[in-house]
Design a protein around this ligand. Structure first.
Ligand code: SF4
Length: 192
């Protein structure tokens, strides 16, 4: 607990948020959502902070060239008659394509990045997108049918419901487990 004048910052409170990347697996999203703020602070390093600044510099260049940047998207799910709205932010939309900026695109991280872009494509009803890899200039173009995007959206909504509505939270094991902060407690690394 930190006191600032008459205000209090409670580092033991749960984070109560998740990202689209976390939602690739309901269990991962659940862990993030319920993690105390202090754990989250521990996991953020200086590299991530400077990564955010780099990101902003690149986005401002895209904005100058007519792209919409940091576009908000809202997702609503309902649990037992109660509505929950979650907001995500798409890096950019340029010429009708979803653009996501990454420090470096690698084949190991590709499943996470591609899932993220496809979620944005599904939420916005856009069937083309790209991931820009800043360190090497690689551009990974992505195209998906509306049927595929419908499945992506259903999976996203289902995973959000699993986290927000309570009850059993299932695992979704995949290549991404190797890069999951919770793999040790999840034990799935042993199954891979
Ligand atoms: S290790 Fe894999 S299955 Fe377990 S929480 Fe992480 S992403 Fe989900």
């Amino acid at each position: 607990m930190i006191r600032v004048f008459d205000k209090v910052i409670d580092l033991d409170k749960p984070v109560n948020r998740f990202t689209v990347v976390d939602l690739i697996c309901p269990k991962r999203a659940w862990h993030v959502f319920n993690e105390p703020v202090k754990e989250f602070v521990n996991s953020v390093d200086e590299l991530m902070v400077s990564g955010v600044e780099t990101h902003n510099l690149v986005l401002s260049q895209l904005r100058e060239q007519g792209c919409s940047v940091e576009v908000p998207v809202e997702v609503e799910v309902e649990c037992n008659g109660q509505k929950y709205v979650r907001r995500f932010r798409v890096d950019a939309i340029c010429d009708g394509k979803v653009i996501e900026i990454k420090r470096k695109y690698t084949k190991e991280l590709a499943p996470l990045y591609i899932w993220q872009v496809k979620v944005y494509m599904a939420l916005l009803g856009i069937n083309k997108g790209a991931i820009i890899s800043l360190l090497d200039g690689y551009v990974k173009e992505i195209e998906a049918s509306m049927d595929e995007l419908k499945n992506v959206k259903e999976r996203l909504l289902s995973n959000m419901r699993k986290v927000l509505c309570g009850g059993d939270v299932s695992r979704h094991v995949g290549k991404w487990c190797r890069y999951c902060r919770y793999k040790d407690m999840c034990l799935n690394e042993r199954l891979m």
